[in-house]
Design a protein around this ligand. Structure first.
Ligand code: NAD
Length: 357
């Protein structure tokens, strides 16, 4: 028996290392469609647990459970800090989104979401398209981000929140939130990164941009007159701001010592490879905007949009990300700790306060 199988045999869900008093963990199988899924509801103190559904070809069910437990807890913190009256949950479907996923499978998933009677609300995540969510929505009302429920693509709101967060960081470090003449290295020019680059450009910043996809770079250079960098070196260019909008774990033992910017603030999820990398940033005098605080605009748009509503409330809450980050930076400076530990504490305070109401 290999080490993995012995780990599974000798541990239960309750003593899984990522188990954190999750309220409900549901293991789902549907024989007819081949659906194999885990739905994790971490905390419903603030309201129903909202979090996306990820379709991923996990190597084994243990890894899928790890992801569901970790991501659902993350959603509790993200939703709490964003001021949403929503708890945290997440679903994972064990399947290759390109080969295995079918409308029938997504409908079966929808039936299982429905069985949870609204304690879990699902939405899109990695490997899930708007069409997949339409299939889910044929079976349950507990779904967001469909044409009937939402404002469409959440990326513009994520970008708006990131831009407001950048302004808060610039104000904290330089005493004024003006971006005129500041230089920003934007890594990743996809749905969010391109829009962040646009707002930085419009605010007078000088752009150095990078992406592994050459057409994305070309488009940004043509639109904003940006300079370019090698994507692998985006963190080490001479700039005021490093704005990671590509993939996670970009802040690690290799990159942190090489960063020349005073601020790291971008949309990418899970930017810090380990908590120690956040401490290392602080020790180097680099201000880091915690990822789940600055990139919450997308979940705000998914959570608050109603059919036929305009986006005024969503924009208001998204712009408020700047105020939340300003408070985080202030407290972190006073307590001589990292911004991410303050973000966690603020989310926990909101949960504790709500529990007393
Ligand atoms: P996207 O797929 O549209 O864009 C990502 C871009 O990064 C692509 O152009 C890709 O070519 C580029 N890229 C990938 N690896 C790279 C590398 N090593 N170096 C440079 N560029 C690289 O994704 P997106 O929706 O713009 O999301 C960007 C990040 O923000 C992701 O980490 C995502 O999880 C996070 N995020 C997005 C949203 C949202 O609303 N879209 C919300 C919260 C967080």
């Amino acid at each position: 028996m290999n080490a993995l199988h012995s780990t599974i045999r000798h541990s239960t869900v309750f003593d899984h290392p990522e188990m954190d008093n999750h309220e409900n963990v549901v293991f789902v199988r549907d024989r007819d469609t081949g659906l194999s899924a885990i739905i994790a509801v971490h905390d419903t103190t603030l309201g129903p647990a909202l979090g996306g559904c990820r379709v991923w070809p996990y190597g084994n069910p243990y890894d899928a459970l790890t992801d569901a437990l970790r991501l659902s807890r993350g959603m509790t913190y993200k939703n709490a800090l964003a001021g949403l009256d929503l708890g945290g949950g997440k679903a994972v479907i064990i399947a290759d989104p390109r080969k295995d996923k079918t409308a029938g499978m997504m409908e079966a998933f929808g039936r299982h979401v429905d069985r949870l009677s609204g304690t879990y609300i699902t939405a899109e995540d990695v490997g899930v398209s708007p069409q997949d969510m339409e299939a889910v929505a044929r079976q349950t009302n507990h779904v967001r981000g469909t044409s009937a429920t939402g404002l469409g693509d959440p990326s513009p709101y994520t970008a708006l929140g990131v831009f407001e967060g950048i302004r808060a960081a610039v104000r904290h470090v330089f005493g004024s939130d003006s971006l005129e003449g500041r230089t920003a290295s934007v890594q990743g020019l996809g749905h969010v990164g391109f829009d962040v680059a646009r707002m930085l450009h419009e605010a007078g910043a000088r752009l150095i941009v990078s992406d592994i996809h050459a057409p994305a770079v070309l488009r940004t250079v043509e639109a904003f007159g940006a300079a370019t960098a090698d994507p692998a070196q985006a963190h080490m260019v001479e700039a005021d701001l490093f704005v990671p909008c590509a993939l996670g774990a970009g802040l690690n033992a290799g990159t942190v010592p090489q960063i020349r910017a005073r601020i790291v603030a971008g949309a990418a999820n899970n930017q810090l490879q380990t908590p120690g990398d956040g401490v290392a940033l602080k020790q180097r005098g680099i201000l880091y905007a915690p990822d789940y605080a600055i990139n919450a605009g997308g979940v705000i748009s998914i959570a608050l949009a109603t059919p036929g509503s305009n986006d005024a409330l969503v924009r208001e809450k998204t712009v408020a990300i700047g105020d939340t980050l300003a408070a985080i930076f202030e407290r972190a400076a006073q307590q001589e700790t990292t911004p991410e530990s303050i973000a966690d504490a603020m989310a926990e305070e909101r949960l504790a306060q709500s529990g007393k109401d």
